[in-house]
Design a protein around this ligand. Structure first.
Ligand code: NAP
Length: 308
């Protein structure tokens, strides 16, 4: 098979950190163009808008949309209308209904749409899912606490409506949760904490349960300095399971089961090639649904103003 001719839209932090090395390491893809108002990639023809790029480079087969979520829908619609397969960075959009619209459009055109959830491809996630499938789970606790000033310096979009605030990292935890738990959960209560000068939350407490009454609690906080925490813990009949470091390391009763190097974005591009070749889409909206529920059901607390 000749490589899929790929374009990237929105050349920023995640493109430089992850997409470019993952694409360079995957022979199924050839990066042939970018569209970004400022960002460029050395040696790759650059355009300042997706419209200009699609018109100038008809050979493009697929596009990766890596801009903030509030701007993803319009770009996705243009790419699908032009007959291109589409990779959506997480979260796949700013609303559920706009992503559902994209799913319908991709289906109607026979194109592949990929709502990517990179944390699901963290190295210890599949082993955790297998462990939980064979255990009786008594309770689950998710702790996702990081320092926003370190990870998102000067990113204004993240604090604006649709930017998701602390759910930008928190949705990574929810993408793992929805993959590893044997049964679906639903939100029963939430409290969201908003800085008085921002439209997106800096912290969130979430309570979920499943049909059998299993309690799952999650704490997201962007005010963590020092050690960062991205852990999921489950009390089970087979011991205390801890999935640590964003899904890299699994321990049971303190004994290490797996601790491997990050392979998330290479895995995402292998998956994208696979669904294009199979002529299908991969668009699970469960993580975004839980975030939408949190905004719908959550109590709102206001806290001190946040300044970078
Ligand atoms: P970013 O660097 O702030 O934004 C990416 C690029 O999008 C920017 O460089 C900018 O390029 C373009 N952009 C910004 N505002 C725009 C607007 N109003 N309209 C159109 N384009 C705009 O953000 P990022 O950290 O790469 O994150 C982008 C997406 O990847 C987010 O959905 C995020 O959740 C996801 N993600 C990020 C990380 C991470 O560690 N940063 C990890 C995983 C996933 P131009 O100015 O050149 O147009």
């Amino acid at each position: 098979m000749s490589p899929i001719k790929l374009a990237i839209v929105g050349v920023g932090k995640i493109v430089r950190d992850q997409h470019l090395p993952a694409i360079a390491g995957n022979g199924n893809f050839e990066l042939i163009a970018t569209a970004s108002r400022h960002g460029t990639v050395d040696g790759v023809p650059a355009y300042s808008s997706i419209e200009a790029m699609l018109e100038a480079v008809p050979a493009i087969d697929a596009v990766s949309l890596c801009m903030p979520p509030q701007y993803r829908y319009d770009a996705a619609r243009k790419a699908l209308d032009a007959g291109k397969h589409v990779f959506l960075e997480k979260p796949p959009g700013a609303t559920l209904s706009e992503v559902q619209d994209l799913i319908r459009l991709a289906d109607s055109k026979g194109l592949s749409l990929f709502a990517s959830w990179h944390s699901r491809y963290a190295p210890a996630v599949e082993a955790t899912r297998a462990f939980l499938a064979g255990a009786a789970i008594r309770s689950v606790e998710i702790i996702w606490k990081e320092d926003v000033r370190h990870w998102h310096p000067n990113q204004e979009w993240i604090w604006q409506a649709g930017g998701l605030g602390v759910f930008d990292p928190g949705i990574n935890a929810l993408s793992i949760m929805t993959h590893i738990l044997p049964n679906p959960v639903f939100l029963t209560g939430a409290e969201l904490t908003f800085p008085e000068n921002r439209d997106a939350p800096i912290a969130a407490s979430l309570a979920f349960r499943d049909q059998a009454g299993l309690a799952v609690n999650a704490e997201f906080d962007w005010r963590q300095t020092g050690k960062q925490t991205w852990d999921i813990r489950a009390e089970t009949d087979k011991g205390l399971m801890v999935l640590e470091s964003g899904g890299s390391k699994l321990t049971i009763d303190g004994r290490e089961q797996l601790n491997a190097a990050d392979d998330e974005y290479p895995s995402l591009y292998r998956r994208f090639a696979e669904i294009i070749s199979a002529g299908r889409s991969d668009t699970d909206l469960a993580p975004l649904t839980h975030v939408a529920d949190a905004f719908m059901l959550g109590k709102r607390r206001v806290t001190e103003a946040f300044h970078d």
